[in-house]
Design a protein around this ligand. Structure first.
Ligand code: TYD
Length: 419
């Protein structure tokens, strides 16, 4: 196996999570009696460019075909984040009715809807038909295609280059990262700006977020590594924001190297140095990550077994991809968690891959007595606890599994570490 960015042989394993089904391969009831495909799930570190990555499976079509289960607009906090970004970007990049905003992986139009509100012309690129259709229903022009150099050339020849090119939580999903970034450079206007958001590898490692590793996420980025990738393609970083989203993300700002119209923020060198000081460029930094994941596995099992033995039922909230990594790595089935709740209509009435836990809508919360609610998308815990506080007031405990087992319960809902 070779590094997907620099082609260096990959000799170091960050973590081997065993075999798992694709995290978004939700099952219809009639599929439960059929064999289920699983693929090796092992994250490697390139000792040349330090890109952390999961091998692309030969048969990865199945993995891609499942991506349409993800609808960005399911989180109110994420929508608020998108709205704030649009306000900021409009001002900072001086966007007006003549500008063009292009978003790669525009999903259901969760972000471009706010540019539309401002009258700023925008174009979404979204390969999944279900989400693309929802965006179109909102009046957002959406091309139902994978972004790559070919598409970039086509858009450029049609005069559809970008003043602002956005890619949120997409770079990790791209098997051919060089072709993708080359394409980004191609459709960026001479004085245009790129912004991209992605979970920060430093948080993934420091906070033992091993459950964010799954087949659909091919790559995991530090600021240093993303800089190498962009520079290789003639792009230059000019700013960075550290965000709380998805357990700690970066929003990077990039431009053409030859574009001297933008100042380079001191935040760029400050974060590069901070990462280097932490040791992100050294293999030793990654040691012990797998042992920390094993410890979380033992703690989650210990917790679920103890709840069960104390006569308390545990229900999962949020059929997130990361939840499936956790459940399958821990070997949890529907004897420990009889069902899960998710607001995504597409996931309801289906079963989680591997664990075969059934997924229901929030209506089920009303007809069930729930002692403990295990929040699998811990990245949304504030929003979920806020929304379901009424259950907490009736005695339900909320618990998150990563990086520690933390409970939140009435009356104060303050965090209490169990293990
Ligand atoms: P998320 O953590 O965003 O991503 P990933 O799948 O990459 O791990 O997944 C959130 C899931 O939780 C998604 O299926 C929607 C669901 N969800 C709810 O059901 N209710 C909510 O209030 C929120 C915020 C999310």
């Amino acid at each position: 196996m070779e590094c997907r960015f620099c082609n260096h042989p990959l000799e170091h394993t960050l973590i081997d999570l065993g075999h798992a089904p694709p995290s978004n391969a939700f099952l219809l009831p009639e599929k439960l009696s059929e064999p289920e495909n699983t693929y090796p799930l092992s994250a490697k570190i390139c000792d040349n460019c330090m890109l952390v990555q999961v091998q692309e499976q030969k048969d990865h079509k199945e993995i891609f075909d499942q991506n349409y289960v993800y609808f960005s607009s399911m989180s109110q906090d994420w929508l608020a984040h998108a709205r704030d970004y649009v306000q900021m970007a409009k001002k900072r990049f001086d966007l007006n009715l003549e500008s063009r905003v292009v978003e790669i992986a525009s999903n259901d139009g969760y972000l471009l809807q706010y540019f539309k509100e401002q009258g700023i012309p925008s174009l979404g690129i979204e390969p999944a038909s279900g989400t693309a259709q929802i965006a179109r229903n909102k009046g957002i022009e959406t091309l139902e295609e994978f972004f790559n150099t070919n598409l970039a050339n086509k858009l450029k020849s049609e005069g559809r280059s970008a003043d602002l090119l956005i890619g949120n939580n997409v770079l990790a999903h791209v098997p051919n990262i060089n072709d993708f970034v080359r394409g980004m450079k191609l459709i960026l206007k001479d004085r245009g700006a790129i912004t991209m958001e992605f979970p920060h590898l430093m948080h993934l490692i420091n906070d033992s977020q091993f459950d964010t590793i799954y087949h659909e996420h091919f790559s995991y980025f530090s600021f240093n590594t993303v800089k190498k990738i962009l520079e290789h393609h003639g792009l230059e970083l000019f700013d960075v924001d550290e965000l709380k989203t998805h357990g700690g993300s970066l929003r990077i700002y990039a431009k053409h190297r030859r574009d001297k119209s933008k100042e380079i923020s001191p935040k760029v060198s400050e974060l590069l140095e901070r990462e280097n000081k932490a040791g992100i460029g050294e293999l030793e930094y990654y040691n012990g990550f797998d042992l920390r994941a094993e410890k979380i596995k033992r703690n989650v099992l210990k917790y679920l077994i103890s709840e069960r033995e104390n006569g308390r039922n545990v229900i999962a909230y949020g059929a997130a991809a990361k939840g499936n990594t956790l459940l399958n790595y821990c070997g949890i089935k529907n004897d420990l968690i009889p069902f899960a709740i998710d607001t995504t209509p597409f996931k309801q009435g289906k079963y989680l891959p591997g664990s075969h836990i059934p997924v229901y809508s929030e209506k089920k919360l009303k007809d069930s007595k729930i002692d403990t609610l295990l929040i699998l998308p811990w990245n949304h815990k504030e929003e979920i606890i806020r929304k379901l506080k009424y259950l907490g007031e009736k005695g339900t405990k909320f618990v998150v599994p990563v990086p520690d087992i933390i409970e939140y319960s009435s009356p104060d809902f303050n965090p209490r570490k169990v293990y």
